[in-house]
Design a protein. Sequence first.
Length: 129
Amino acid sequence: MHKPLSPSGIHPPFAPYSHGIEVSAGSRLVFCSGQVGIGADKAIPPDCAGQAAICFESIRAILGEAGMGLANIVRINAFVTGREHLQPYMQVRNSLFSEPYPASTLMIVSGFARPEFVVEIEAIAVGPA
């Protein structure tokens, strides 16, 4: 279905992620919009780890609609509003994924539509056709 790509001639990943992912022909793709840390009950945790956990649970629910789960994710794009949120985000992400790790990008941004959000996560998943 997909294969991690980590060439030996480049610097290894800084964390548990793959430099690239090869997706097999005929696979089904699901693109998840960016999810923020707001629960179905409209509660927003004050911390990045709490918000990131909600983001990934929302992504898990979206993928569930397509018969997939977090293990099907091949690409993560994450955005946080400050350096202090890097480690809490990565701790949540790292607790949810194992090899082969998805390709991943983490960026610091100036903010989101609502100031209480400190993290947003989008994902791409691959499943059998």
